[in-house]
Design a protein around this ligand. Structure first.
Ligand SMILES: C[S@@+](CC[C@H](N)C(=O)[O-])C[C@H]1O[C@@H](n2cnc3c(N)ncnc32)[C@H](O)[C@@H]1O
Length: 304
């Protein structure tokens, strides 16, 4: 940081008074920087608010009520320090505070797990309608990371029993922390497994947001993504190494009428091209996002 920019932050800490002042200053500084948004928020204003509320330990629902409240010197220092770190370290905001929101729920996160942001949130909030008609009994969240998808799904289907699995022991540990945080230990568990290698059960629904970034996209990703584990993103030249293995094995872990929901993002066209005879249904989202398909156990059994 140059002496001049140090003065700007020092002056801000002394002069700004309300939460709105601080958020406005943070948003301007972020907008003038080269940081990338896409790990929970998509603009400088929301990113500033997210960090403010995390320091104040207050929910989004109270935002209007507190924007014109004055902050203490210590609160201003803590919040401005986070804004400064966000700009200089290029770390996703969720890693700076150890918390992220997904499907309206809080999750503990760290640099061993992806920052939750999957379009699956919308599907979970709609209880997978119209593809899932009856409440599923057994659900698997494969490649669970923080556990966000499986835990949110468990809460959407209160009668279900849910397994969360991941190849990374640190991710499994984080998923357990989130199981405890949401008090779901009586019907959700986390397991370490490379794909299905350590899983014996069959599931009515398998949901997965696996690694699917192709080599070209990975090389072009902004710095923020390089704070996430590479094993959570990269999946070979065309992004489909994991998904090919998954498709060929999934039928052995689905019940007769089971369904596989899988996100492949930008690699959707490569998947369609690689398996022209497989009948993927590509799901459309109202809140944005793409590259999520659903396929049933019977279609997989006929093909593989
Ligand atoms: C894109 S992240 C998704 C995390 C989480 N589901 C989410 O949406 O935030 C992919 C996850 O897959 C895990 N993973 C990578 N290869 C795997 C494998 N062969 N078997 C199981 N999990 C794997 C990574 O450790 C990572 O946590």
């Amino acid at each position: 940081m140059t002496a001049r920019s140090h003065d700007v932050w020092q002056e801000a800490c002394e002069q700004l008074q309300t939460a709105r002042d601080v958020v406005r200053f943070g948003a301007t500084q972020m907008a003038q920087s080269d940081i990338y948004f896409g790990h929970g928020t998509d603009n400088a204003w929301d990113e500033s608010i997210f960090l403010l509320l995390e320091i104040l330990q207050l929910p989004w629902s109270l935002l209007d009520a507190i924007l014109d409240a004055r902050l203490t010197q210590s609160e201003r220092e803590q919040i401005l320090n986070l804004y400064l770190r966000r700009i200089h370290e290029r770390k996703p905001a969720a890693y700076l505070v150890g918390r992220a929101w997904f499907a309206g729920l809080p999750f503990i996160v760290n640099e061993h797990v992806l920052v939750p942001r999957s379009p699956f949130a919308e599907l979970i909030e709609k209880q997978f309608s119209p593809w899932v008609q009856e409440s599923p009994q057994r659900i698997l969240d494969l490649c669970t990371g923080s556990g966000c998808i499986g835990i949110a799904t468990a809460l959407a289907f209160p009668e279900s029993v849910v397994d969360l699995s991941d190849i990374s022991p640190e991710a499994v540990d984080t998923a357990w922390q989130n199981i405890d945080y949401h008090q779901l230990g009586h019907r959700v568990r986390a397991l370490e497994s490379d794909l299905f290698s350590n899983l014996e059960d069959r599931y009515d629904v398998i949901i997965t947001n696996p690694p699917y970034v192709d080599r070209e996209d990975l090389d072009a990703m902004p710095k923020e993504y390089h704070h996430e584990p590479e094993i959570a993103l990269a999946s070979g030249e065309d992004g489909l190494d994991f998904t090919r293995r998954l498709l060929s094995q999934a039928k052995n872990h689905l019940t007769e009428n089971g369904k596989l929901f899988c996100e492949v993002g930008n690699s959707w066209w490569a998947l369609d091209e690689a398996f022209p005879a497989l009948n993927f249904t590509w799901i459309e989202f109202e809140n944005g996002g793409h590259g999520v398909f659903v396929i049933d156990a019977k279609a997989l059994a006929e093909y593989f």
